[in-house]
Write a protein that binds this ligand. Structure first.
Ligand SMILES: NC(=O)c1ccc[n+]([C@@H]2O[C@H](COP(=O)([O-])OP(=O)(O)OC[C@H]3O[C@@H](n4cnc5c(N)ncnc54)[C@H](OP(=O)(O)O)[C@@H]3O)[C@@H](O)[C@H]2O)c1
Length: 245
């Protein structure tokens, strides 16, 4: 059976990198977003057009599409609110409400264990505070990790695993040029990250690929930081390090 994965927010950034990786392995990949993805191709690619600001409608669209897609192996949530309205309402709706509703409609359609897995993408902003960043993003990111733990407990008896992947800022197609042109910022990242480089959308994609694969068959309810070791720094030593640069 060809594995089939649904990537909510798979049209851009880390989602598109994951879609590319899975398609290159011959898997079937359905991406859900508002806009048809560019730079993705493959016989196994499907696009489900839906707006997560209307969670019931989006979950309904997916439910309609599921019979033609095959049993779900990986269900991955990579969206973040990118609208122009109230950011609190938008982030909570797009990130949390839509995720919960989509998991609910998918439960009966997963492949058997150890093939069935959910990954929700959080952020280091779910644990630390980004100076100047909106409260909505921090709260939604903390919430999505707890939602993954909650579903891990609820769906464990059905053989469905649920985990979270929390990256720090990473390079993606859409942001690469900004960082490459800001050498000072890029150099700073290279010095403070223990692995001495910025992460990429592909790094995030590979971590998710592992968690949705049977190789992670006994891992559920965990948060995996994909940050090159950045969160290991004691903040005081980070301040001293930057002061000495
Ligand atoms: N970028 C970073 O450095 C970074 C750092 C830490 C954590 N993260 C997290 O990692 C994940 C991926 O980040 P990214 O930067 O790769 O994301 P991104 O480029 O902003 O892509 C967001 C995805 O969500 C979809 N989306 C947004 N609003 C939607 C809506 N209302 N309805 C349907 N789809 C919607 C977008 O598709 P359409 O535009 O086609 O609708 C797109 O596919 C996110 O959860 C983000 O919070 C990112």
């Amino acid at each position: 059976m060809t594995p089939h994965h649904i990537l909510v927010g798979g049209t851009k950034g880390a989602g598109r990198a994951l879609a590319r990786l899975l398609l290159s392995q011959g898997h079937n990949v359905s991406v859900l977003g508002r806009t048809r993805p560019s730079g993705l191709e493959g016989d196994g690619l499907r696009f489900v057009e839906a707006d997560l600001e209307r969670p019931d409608e989006a979950a309904g669209r997916l439910l309609e599409a599921i019979p033609g897609l095959g049993p779900i192996h990986g269900l991955v949530f990579l969206q973040r609110y990118r609208g122009k309205g109230d950011d609190w309402e938008g982030e909570i709706t797009v990130e949390l409400t839509a995720t919960r509703k989509i998991v609910d409609v998918c439960i009966e359609h997963f492949a058997p264990a150890p093939l069935a897995a959910i990954v929700m993408v959080g952020s280091n902003a779910g644990k630390f505070i980004q100076n100047g960043g909106p409260a909505s993003y921090h709260v939604a990111k903390a919430g999505i990790v707890q939602l993954a733990r909650w579903f891990a407990m609820k769906l464990g008896p059905q053989g469905i695993r649920a985990n979270a992947v929390s990256p720090c800022t990473f390079l993606k197609d859409e942001s690469k040029n900004f960082y490459l042109e800001n050498k000072k910022l890029l150099n700073l990242y290279e010095q403070i990250v223990p692995l001495r480089r910025m992460g990429t959308a592909e790094d995030v994609a590979q971590a998710i690929e592992f968690l949705i694969s049977p190789k992670a068959s006994f891992i559920t309810g965990q948060e995996l930081f994909v940050d090159g070791g950045l969160s290991l720094h004691l903040h005081d030593s980070m301040a001293r390090m930057v002061a000495e640069m």
